[in-house]
Design a protein around this ligand. Structure first.
Ligand SMILES: Cc1ncc(COP(=O)(O)O)c(C=O)c1O
Length: 473
């Protein structure tokens, strides 16, 4: 029986799916106990910004999958491009002396779209592996330059860079640093994130806050021994999973200038921010005026139609490691690096974004989205609404004046997300936050639905909190 037919057969099929999933599917980040009780919601169909569960309920997916459904779901054109590539060449080895047409075409296109001298593409299977590859490449680069001690990495608290051993060690989300796991701690260091709402001192202006963070960065570099010891700084232009943290003006540029001063490579992790989420192919230069040494991309590069990641590397690095006459090579790559079907999907995705002028939509609807979300700040538990482009978040607080948070056990973000789900809206709960990163095709009418549903959901959660004695009004 087809999935659609089974869906029509109703709840038995849903129960069957949930039970199979519970018995055998390991879900990233889900609490084992909760999963054993509740299982997961099976999604069986998607079109544009909308998804349907196995019982046929419709939702507006304001999360865009996982920040990745940039062109929207179910594109026939993408399906045809993918099918055509499968029939033509479904796989080719990227190792040593073989390549394939989509991989070569896409590498040229990425070099054209990426700023400055970022001309060399290391393909991977996603963002984590692209960060991993960048990390290893920078070791290679410094070893080739005879700078064997230049291996320290600095990133920020609450950053997210993926979930390989290296990427998770670079990331700084406290909730990801569980005691049962080990992390690289001797060469990876975390400094304060540019969260003005939470981290600025009382009375501190945005400029003073930026001065403080830049100083902290420079102090950390000096503490680690200076230019001879610090290899790289990893940063998302707008921090995503750590809570959509948009730094005050000038911050990204000033951190980049510090990197220039100390010969530190700037790795701009644009896994979320690239491919239109902020209205550009890449946000580093166009939005923040910085020229990274490496840009990390994934997610929106194929709009999630195929798994693909890329570390886009500068001539400056590449010319050193690949210098003629040394017999070196890059012992890093995957069976699926430069996968022809994934690369064909990325090429078609880029074509669709260009032709449909999706960035214009982000630039037009983005400010309306933010303006409408800001209306939620009249609700007593909405502490802050923040974001940029199609990357936004609502932070919930127990007291909007003191910014005191609810107890974590109350899981306020999840409570409101559950209320939203019951109203046909998917938002992503992260502790005290609801995060949204909708497809770039979202319209102003969609915004009205999202904000209306969110308002109702927050109010409904307030009623329950009050009944439970966690909220006194
Ligand atoms: C900024 C950033 N970097 C890296 C990653 C990891 O990418 P992936 O899950 O494709 O490995 C993510 C995923 O959310 C991300 O947000």
């Amino acid at each position: 029986m087809s999935t659609v037919a089974k869906m029509q057969s109703g709840k038995d099929y849903t129960r069957e799916l949930v039970e199979k999933d519970k018995a055998h599917h390991v879900h990233p980040w889900q609490l084992f106990d909760v999963f054993n009780d509740e299982g997961a919601l099976p999604i069986v169909r998607g079109e544009g910004c909308r998804i349907w569960d196995a019982d046929g309920n419709e939702y507006f997916d304001a999360v865009g999958g996982l920040w990745c459904n940039n062109i929207g779901l179910g594109s026939k054109e993408m399906a045809e491009a993918i099918a055509e590539q499968v029939l033509k060449l479904s796989y080719a080895s990227p190792f040593v002396d073989l390549t394939n047409a989509p991989a070569a075409e896409l590498a040229e296109k990425l070099a054209e779209l990426a700023p400055g001298d970022l001309n060399h593409v290391i393909y991977t299977c996603g963002g984590s592996t692209a960060n991993d590859a960048a990390f290893r490449l920078m070791h290679f680069y410094n070893n080739v330059r005879g700078k064997h001690d230049k291996k320290h990495v600095i990133s920020r608290v609450n950053s997210y860079h993926g979930s390989t051993y290296v990427a998770m060690s670079i990331g700084g989300k406290p909730g990801d640093k569980v005691p049962e796991f080990d992390y690289i701690a001797d060469t990876i260091h975390h400094i304060t994130e540019p969260n003005y709402y939470r981290k600025a001192k009382p009375g501190q202006s945005e400029n003073e806050f930026v001065d403080m963070l830049v100083k902290q960065f420079e102090d950390k570099i000096v503490e680690l021994g200076g230019a001879d010891y610090v290899m790289a700084y990893f940063a998302e232009p707008v921090m995503g999973a750590g809570g959509v943290i948009v730094a005050p003006d000038g911050y990204n540029r000033r951190m980049w200038e510090v990197c220039q001063k100390y010969d530190i490579l700037y790795v701009s992790d644009e896994v979320v921010t690239a491919f239109g989420r902020l209205g550009h192919w890449f946000a580093s230069k166009d939005e923040f005026g910085i020229q990274p040494d490496i840009i990390i991309s994934a997610k929106g590069i194929t709009s999630g139609y195929q798994p693909l990641g890329a570390a886009i590397v500068s001539d400056r690095i590449w010319n050193v490691v690949s210098e003629e006459g040394h017999g070196r090579y890059f012992p890093q790559g995957y069976t699926y690096s430069g996968h022809p079907v994934a690369c064909a999907a990325a090429l078609k995705n880029i074509e669709i974004m260009e032709r449909n002028k999706l960035f214009d939509n982000v630039n037009e609807v983005g400010p309306y989205f933010m303006e409408q979300l800001q209306t939620l700040t009249d609700l007593p538990i909405v502490g802050q609404v923040r974001g940029k482009g199609f990357m936004v978040c609502v932070e919930f607080v127990k007291n909007s004046e003191t910014r005191e948070l609810f107890d974590e056990e109350l899981d306020i973000g999840k409570r409101i997300a559950n209320e939203a789900e019951a109203r046909g809206l998917i938002v992503r709960p992260i502790v005290h936050l609801n995060v949204m990163s909708p497809p770039l095709t979202m319209t102003k009418d969609d915004v009205d639905f999202v904000v209306g549903a969110l308002r109702e959901s927050i109010n409904a959660a307030l009623v329950t909190l009050e009944k439970e004695g966690h909220w006194a009004g």
